[in-house]
Design a binder for this molecule. Structure first.
Ligand SMILES: Cc1ncc(C[n+]2csc(CCOP(=O)(O)OP(=O)(O)O)c2C)c(N)n1
Ligand SMILES: [Mg+2]
Length: 599
């Protein structure tokens, strides 16, 4: 095995009285074009257009770090403070750009911390590579220091898990990992890098992405779609999924808006559609408007485009009849997602962008459903009217004010929690804006996603929305923002509790508060300790000036919204939940649940 050049060049110890060490043997000359594994890997990432790697370093991948040093003019190494943060940043990068992204962590503890990011990328269908420095291959199965079998550990979490043990296979395996991650239903691939392999010096050519034509809808399927639309009176589109590109999104808008079809976005997929369009009628996920959900049940044709028909979107698998009574056209890149729970009237295996382009090219339909669409939009707008709420801080008004303060190309990231639907209920995101969040419901996503987004798109305004619980999971990634010179704005909704769980608790066990209260630091001062700008907002009118000062500071900023704990969601209070729990249960809904609700 060749000694890596970086180590051979280490300067000898100078001066002092210590006995001189014998000179290290000179590195054998490398064959022309030979590179150490660490460098081959770095070149492979560049070959696949990966321009950022989000990482927490480890001694298990020193040679790769050295390879990344060699390509630092083409690939930015982003040093993070926690592996979950690194993985979330990479995932947000992929969501934002529609391209595969990469994170890198050390073995054992580093991989364990990063696991949440893999789970999230899988649930969210986000293409991502997670590289894990591995123990020396020669020590396998001795339960050696930080040893983990990643194939076993990640197999239920990732789309594919592999390990590279020979440097000459790096280009091949990375290329296949990229294909697996972006193919069909996109997802994460975990690649362990055995230690000796990183030092092996071999001659092997780089391999770039393959020019593969994405799956397209065939003509007969598009004709059938046209027929179904011709027969529809109350059609509705549900859109979602990842890997949408700008052209695809524009075509999707042209097809849906052009045919005056009402559009729901899937859970946390607001980024896909212009919320200001008269055809945008809301989101289907956790915390959706119950009135919208009721109307969706009345649809006679559902176009599910790019989205999975998963638990959140289908309201616990209750939205449609699994047997096929609701006519569904399901468009998805992965054939096995179509008909997984709900049998469709028409399934189309297609890249969502290719479908959108084909659909936009169809003749416009007569669209006799004008009143149906207008009614749904009226419902959306009625839901956005700011209600009278308890407490001095009306979050409904604050969200309207925030909408007025966001730039036209702002990126809003969200964490998971009860605070999140305040934004999605009251803000109609503009077409140039992006709203990205964890459809997996992973707390701790919002701040790293904002830091990652701001690093990748430094000119855009980036705002993170996060609860007091979620902020203290990964809020320290603010240090990463400072380190890399970017300034996101974090809005912390402080209700001094794990509010979502408290809500469920009050429904199931009213008045018996167990494990859901929190004692918090002074969040604004905490941001100041990092070197940033901190604000506390306790009354509605104070938000606008506080946000402006945060923007003007030019530094990472945090605005703590001290919210009324009683106002547990935008639609209900703790007292109302307790009163509701005391009343006898309402009659069971007409439609039976297809799958029992997970807890
Ligand atoms: C990593 C992780 N841990 C636990 C949960 C379960 N959980 C869902 S929401 C929630 C509370 C969130 O609290 P906070 O961030 O303060 O937001 P709030 O609901 O109070 O608005 C918890 C604990 C989760 N979804 N993710
Ligand atoms: Mg909270």
């Amino acid at each position: 095995m060749a000694t890596p050049a970086s180590r051979a060049k280490r300067p000898a110890a100078r001066g002092g009285t210590a006995p001189a060490k014998p000179a290290a043997p000179a590195a054998p000359p490398r064959a022309a074009g030979a590179r150490p594994g660490g460098r081959i890997l770095a070149d492979a990432l560049v070959a696949h257009g990966i321009d950022h790697v989000f990482a927490v370093p480890g001694e298990s991948y020193l040679d790769v770090l050295d390879g990344l040093y060699a390509v630092r003019d083409r690939l930015h190494l982003i040093t993070c403070r926690f592996e979950a943060g690194a993985a979330h940043m990479a995932e947000a990068h992929a969501k934002l750009t529609g391209r595969i992204a990469a994170a890198m962590v050390t073995r054992g503890p580093g991989a364990c911390h990063a696991a949440i990011g893999v789970h999230n990328a899988m649930q969210d269908s986000t293409p991502m590579l997670l590289f894990v420095g591995q123990i020396p291959f020669a020590e396998t199965d001795r339960d050696s220091f930080q040893e983990v079998d990643y194939r076993r550990m990640f197999s239920p979490l990732a789309k594919w898990v592999t390990q590279i043990d020979q440097a000459e296979r790096i280009p091949e395996i990375v290329a296949h990992a990229v294909d697996v991650a972006i193919g069909g239903r996109p997802g994460p691939v975990v690649i362990a890098l055995s230690e000796e392999m990183q030092r092996q010096s071999v001659t092997v050519p780089d391999i770039g992405p393959a020019p593969v034509t994405p799956a397209h809808p065939d003509l007969s399927a598009m004709r059938r779609l046209g027929d179904l639309l011709d027969g529809a009176e109350r059609p509705l589109a549900i859109i979602g999924g990842t890997l949408w590109h700008e052209e695809g999104r524009a075509a999707l808008h042209s097809f849906l808006n052009g045919n005056n079809l009402p559009v729901c976005v899937g859970f946390r997929r607001q980024a896909l559609y212009d919320g200001t369009a008269e055809t945008y009628v809301g989101d289907l996920g956790v915390g959706s408007d119950p009135a919208l959900v009721a109307r969706v049940r009345e649809a006679d044709l559902v176009l599910a485009i790019g989205t999975r028909l998963g638990e959140a979107v289908t309201q616990g698998y209750t939205l449609f009849d699994p047997g096929g009574a609701t006519a569904i056209v399901h468009v998805h890149a992965d054939a096995t997602e179509i008909g997984r729970v709900f049998r469709p009237a028409l399934g189309i295996v297609s890249c969502p962008n290719a479908f959108a382009l084909a659909a936009a090219a169809m003749e416009p339909h007569a669209a006799p459903w004008g009143e149906w669409t207008a009614g749904l939009r009226r419902l959306r707008e009625a839901g956005r009217v700011v209600p009278r709420l308890s407490g001095a801080l009306n979050l409904g008004q604050v969200m309207h004010d925030l909408a007025g303060l966001l730039t036209d190309d702002a990126i809003v990231t969200t964490d998971a929690g009860n605070f999140a639907p305040w934004a999605t209920r009251f803000i109609n995101f503009k077409p140039g804006q992006r709203y990205i969040g964890p459809t997996s419901g992973a707390m701790g996503y919002g701040v790293p996603a904002a830091v990652g987004a701001k690093i990748v798109q430094p000119k855009r305004m980036v705002v993170a929305l996060v609860g007091d619980g979620g902020f203290l999971m990964t809020g320290q990634e603010i240090a990463t923002a400072f380190h890399h010179g970017v300034a996101p704005i974090v809005i912390v909704f402080n209700n001094q509790m794990y509010g979502t769980i408290r809500m469920h608790q009050e429904r199931a066990f009213p008045g018996r508060v167990s494990g859901t209260t929190l004692t918090n630091p002074d969040f604004a001062r905490l941001m100041e300790a990092f070197g940033g700008h901190g604000e506390v907002v306790e009354a509605t009118a104070a938000f606008i000036p506080a946000f402006r000062r945060a923007v003007d500071s030019g530094r990472p900023a945090l605005i703590e919204l001290r919210t009324d704990p009683e106002q547990i969601t935008s639609r209900t209070t703790i007292s109302a939940l307790r009163a509701g729990a005391a009343r006898p249960a309402p009659p069971a809904p007409a439609r039976k649940r297809a799958v029992p609700k997970k807890r």
